[in-house]
Write a protein that binds this ligand. Structure first.
Ligand SMILES: *Cc1c(COP(=O)(O)O)cnc(C)c1O
Ligand code: SF4
Length: 346
């Protein structure tokens, strides 16, 4: 074991934990040589209980090495919109700030799978430069901490980062996107929650969660510690084949989130990251699922179905911005109204 909590980091670890078949060793090692692997031990137990919907999300699969022609290393064009290291500035009023590229768990469908997994956090000089960019750009109203996963940083470092953002007057909102509440809920302890406390800014936490079985009692308790401290919670989910691509699975997920005081915010169409074809749900099917839920599920529990235009033109609600071309291709309009082709699911 490499750390006290015990994180599975190799195909051998996964096999020893019963998450993969011994016969799959060579195939899984080929995947692990290409993409980061980590599963915290408590999550491994949840995966064993929940079965397929969680195995698919977290256990490597040989199909990750099959790359479809529409898939790209930087599917949503982060690099094109990065003015300084660690910042993505695509929309005038908000930036992404990525203080680390480490995650607690590596999701097998991750849209940043080509960049996450490096164990390096930003150097103090790079972080200063990124904060300087935010400080010198008055249009930035919101800072979204993402990565990687900002909540793998120590409470001391997170607290210092939030304190630095607190001193920038034009920043009114801090948003943290994290998989840690699901992947490693024990990290969301009183010390971490205290580090998130800010009196000068509104701070939101957006929890990445794709299946109701991810919301174990421990996960719900970790989220409750944040909610009880006055932190509004949102969710982000990704529509994934054989994980949550039925109306029942989505209904159960969104109801469980809302009941845990987590407002479903976005349901994302899967981006075209390399080796993720086996997770892709056709847009027509996603649109039909979202239609099926409207009316059946409280509006409080319904997120917006979003897609990110390949190459970096931005995110738009899938339902309103699309027109079908008939062959599975869609024309999607970016926030400025310019048309882009959206490729059909393989
Ligand atoms: C997704 C994203 C955001 C946040 O978008 P919202 O619609 O405000 O949730 C901000 N910046 C970038 C670069 C993004 O990709
Ligand atoms: S936690 Fe987020 S960034 Fe990390 S692997 Fe999962 S989807 Fe990617």
């Amino acid at each position: 074991m490499e750390n006290p909590l015990g994180t599975l980091r190799t195909p051998k670890d996964l096999i020893a934990a019963g998450l993969a078949a011994p016969a799959a060793l060579a195939a899984l090692e080929a995947v692990a040589a290409r993409y980061a692997v980590a599963v915290p031990s408590p999550l491994a137990r949840t995966i064993l209980t929940a079965g397929a919907p969680l195995v698919r999300q977290f256990v490597p699969d040989a199909r990750e090495l099959d790359v479809h022609p529409a898939e790209r290393a930087d599917p949503i064009g982060d690099a094109r919109h990065s003015p300084v290291k660690g910042i993505v500035h695509r929309y005038p009023d908000r930036v992404l700030l990525m203080p680390t590229l480490t995650c607690a768990v590596y999701c097998r469908f991750c849209f940043r799978r080509e960049t996450v997994g490096s164990s390096e956090a930003m150097s103090p000089a790079d972080l200063d430069a990124a904060l300087g960019y935010i400080r010198n750009t008055p249009a930035i109203w919101e800072v979204i901490l993402t990565g990687g996963d900002p909540l793998v940083l120590s409470p001391r470092r997170i607290g210092a980062l939030i304190a630095a953002l607190d001193t920038i007057d034009h920043v009114k909102v801090i948003r943290i996107h994290s998989r840690v509440p699901v992947a490693d809920p024990a990290r969301i302890d009183d010390t971490l929650v205290a580090a998130l406390k800010t009196t000068r800014k509104a701070l939101y936490v957006a929890v990445h969660c794709n299946h109701a079985t991810e919301l174990t009692p421990e996960v719900i308790a970790g989220c409750a510690r944040m909610a009880d401290a006055g932190i509004p919670l949102l969710s982000q989910s990704v529509l994934l084949a054989s994980v949550n691509d039925t109306a029942d699975a989505l209904e159960n997920l969104f109801r469980a989130l809302a009941a845990a005081r987590i407002k479903p915010y976005y349901l994302h169409q899967l981006d075209y990251a390399p080796g993720t074809s086996h997770f892709r749900v056709p847009l027509e099917q996603g649109l039909a699922l979202v239609r099926a839920l409207r009316g059946r599920v409280s509006g409080l529990a319904l997120p917006t179905y979003m897609l990110d235009i390949p190459g970096g033109a931005g995110k738009v609600p899938a339902g309103e911005y699309l027109s079908p071309e008939g062959d599975g291709t869609f024309i999607v309009r970016d926030p400025q109204g310019n048309p882009h082709a959206y490729p059909p699911a393989p």
